[in-house]
Design a protein around this ligand. Structure first.
Ligand SMILES: [Zn+2]
Length: 304
């Protein structure tokens, strides 16, 4: 019996750790590398869906994730949009776990198409979360640890709408990806979808949409307490349209880790104020280290 008990406890610890028996060592998120990547993404210029800059950026994301050791692939598709027929590309970077069950960590990389006279960098809205995911891939692969469940980092194209969010406008990439999950009958293997968006604000204040999955939110808050970052996490009084929505519709637990409070009363959002001058590496560190605590300590292997 004693031996059995020991095996059981060891198995539980193994599951919780998400890595081999022994001490869990949460990798270090390198915010300087994240900021360096963010600056490279911004350097592609305005990169709304269908532009050459957008495509070049997608290639850079896939190459960087591949260099960091993830298994990359692309989803290409076309849609008739209010800006005419456009080509879109989602980039997927996978870190296989012991189990085929997976969680999705997502970010959009397209930037809002604004009138040409507005110098729009999309340093926060597009680049910050994309750089964050790339640095997460580097940190996790560099740790040499294998998780129990598989991580799918998905870089979505076409989050931004051309006129107003509707069935036909906006969330092009996440809608397409969610539909593929359905067609491949893989929805049941997806344990959670965690979207990151606008996470570089130097005055960081995460505002989870009001309809966030309660259990996932509790896991995030617990991870934040462990990382010492809980003061930066709170709720928005309302739901929000973002890349989590198509997955929420499929019944998958979702979180949208977003700071929808960029500048006074969110006044920097979709303006020329969304530039690298209003970004702080320290904010990327707060979100990145919290995400690593979430990934390494919380148990996504079992069903919600
Ligand atoms: Zn936006």
């Amino acid at each position: 019996m004693r031996k059995l008990d020991f095996c059981f406890i060891a198995a539980v610890l193994f599951m919780l750790a998400g890595c081999g028996p022994g001490e869990i060592k949460v990798p270090d998120f390198d915010e300087r590398n994240a900021l360096r990547l963010l600056t490279k993404l911004v350097a592609f210029g305005p990169r709304s869906s269908g532009t050459t800059a957008n495509l070049r950026q997608a290639e850079f994301i896939a190459a960087t994730a591949g260099n960091y050791g993830a298994v990359t692939s692309c989803q290409k598709f076309q849609r008739l949009t209010e800006a005419g027929p456009l080509r879109f590309i989602n980039v997927e970077a996978v870190i296989p776990g012991r189990q085929p069950e997976f969680i999705i960590l997502g970010s959009h990389f397209d930037t809002k198409k604004l009138p040409g006279r507005i110098k729009f960098e999309g340093a926060n809205d597009g680049a910050s979360s994309t750089a964050l995911l790339l640095e997460l891939i580097r940190a996790i692969k560099n740790s040499g640890m294998q998780l129990e469940y598989t991580l799918k980092f998905v870089f979505f194209d076409g989050e931004e709408c051309f006129s107003a969010y509707s069935f036909h406008d906006g969330l092009f990439g996440s809608k397409y990806y969610a539909r593929q999950l359905e067609l491949e009958r893989a929805v049941f293997q997806c344990r959670a979808v965690i979207i990151f968006d606008m996470v570089g604000d130097k005055d960081l204040n995460i505002t989870l949409p009001a309809d966030s999955d309660q259990r996932l939110a509790a896991m995030l808050f617990r991870a934040a307490r462990r990382a010492g970052t809980a003061a930066y996490f709170g709720y928005l009084p309302t739901p929000l349209v973002d890349d989590h929505a198509p997955f929420q519709k499929l019944g998958i637990p979702v979180l949208d880790v977003i700071d929808f409070d960029f500048g006074p009363a969110n006044s920097f959002w979709h303006t020329s104020e969304d530039n690298t001058g209003n970004i702080a590496a320290a904010s990327l560190k707060i979100i990145g280290q919290t995400a690593l605590n979430l990934i390494f300590y919380e148990n996504f292997a079992k069903k919600f």
